[in-house]
Design a protein around this ligand. Structure first.
Ligand SMILES: [Zn+2]
Length: 346
């Protein structure tokens, strides 16, 4: 079982439902776009002040500013200008697949439904009528009634929902490429996207017997997934481990080895553990570890770090022959699964 490290505390970053920006590589204030945006912002502010003055007869703004959500938490932020005390609200219709939250005194609103593929949250329906905003949150499962609390500064309702996964050791597996991006292709036509998906699926099925571990795949079929999407999905889960699966290719066709990349100290420790485990299989040697800031591992918030494994080289004849053999993928999957269990039990 993972030690209680307080990693699910409320200070963790939350993600706004309708927008998300992956971490920028260069500090924003050093980019020219910052100064351009700043100028535009000043102009827009001046224009808005002018417009607000024109609308003086109807100065109300909507009470609700935005909604953010994390693995077992939803936060509804209010405008500090209009939310000076705790708003009136009530929770109704609690079932094991959701609940309704009504917030009263909302001056303006709109009705629509948002669908989510992340976490256990499936849909949010918003329904506005006269002075009430009614949210219906639909989940895969809820194991207890939601707990709701209100903070005044900044004004927000914090809804903790319990799905029963909070205590699990979460591993995000990221089979690279997919869809129209095949990744490396061997001389014999073997495509990286297929073998990394198969390996990921074997790891998932090996770990499915362990009830304390939950495996999330960034893709579980042959579809293209952008880097931003992989990062977003991974960060949403705040996993314990993040493992990206790849096979390599090089101009020098004599090279064939296993490489494990990391981008942080925690990732380095995980890479070392994987290295010593994978070294048990003679045919995978040499197994090398290297620091490199690939976006998917650099942006990960995985508690025990993130690694990217290049299983073998598809550009090498022997590497392609091995990766074409399901036994090789099975062996990689076994050794990776064993390492995951080791890290969980540490
Ligand atoms: Zn790749």
């Amino acid at each position: 079982m993972a030690p209680d490290t307080g990693k699910y505390n409320n200070n963790d970053p939350l993600y706004t439902i309708d927008s998300f920006n992956p971490l920028p590589a260069v500090p924003f204030h050093r980019k020219p776009v910052f100064w351009a945006s700043a100028s535009i912002l000043i102009i827009l502010t001046a224009v808005s002040i002018f417009i607000v003055n024109l609308l003086e007869e109807d100065p109300d703004i909507n009470l609700i500013q935005r909604i953010a959500y994390a693995r077992e938490e939803i936060r509804i932020y209010f405008y500090p200008e209009t939310c000076l005390t705790e708003p009136e609200y009530s929770v109704t219709a609690v079932s094991d697949s959701g609940f309704c939250l009504e917030i009263y005194g909302v001056t303006r609103g709109y009705s629509y439904t948002s669908n989510y593929q992340y976490g256990l949250l499936r849909n949010i329906h918003r329904e506005f009528s006269s002075d009430t905003m009614r949210f219906t949150f639909e989940f895969d499962t809820l194991t207890a009634e939601p707990e709701i609390s209100f903070n005044l500064n900044p004004p927000e309702l914090v809804i903790n929902y319990h799905s029963g996964i909070g205590e699990k050791f979460i591993v995000v597996l990221d089979p690279g490429h997919g869809g129209d991006r095949p990744g490396a292709i061997g001389r014999g036509g073997t495509q990286e996207k297929h073998l990394v998906l198969e390996t990921g699926q074997i790891i998932k099925s090996l770990l499915s017997e362990n009830e304390e571990i939950m495996v999330i795949m960034t893709r579980n079929r042959d579809r293209g997934v952008s880097i931003a999407e992989r990062i977003r999905l991974s960060r949403f889960w705040r996993p314990d481990l993040f493992i990206s699966l790849h096979a390599n290719s090089a101009r020098n066709r004599t090279v064939n080895q296993t490489e494990i990349y990391y981008a942080s100290q925690r990732g380095r420790e995980t890479a070392r553990l994987l290295q010593s485990r994978l070294n048990r299989e003679v045919s995978f040697r040499p197994v090398k570890t290297r620091r490199r800031g690939f976006a998917v591992i650099r942006s990960s918030n995985a508690f025990y770090g993130a690694v990217l494994i290049e299983m073998l080289y598809l550009s090498n004849t022997n590497g392609e022959r091995m990766l074409n053999d399901s036994n090789t993928l099975q062996r990689f999957a076994e050794l990776i699964s064993e390492t995951i269990i080791d890290i969980k039990n540490r």
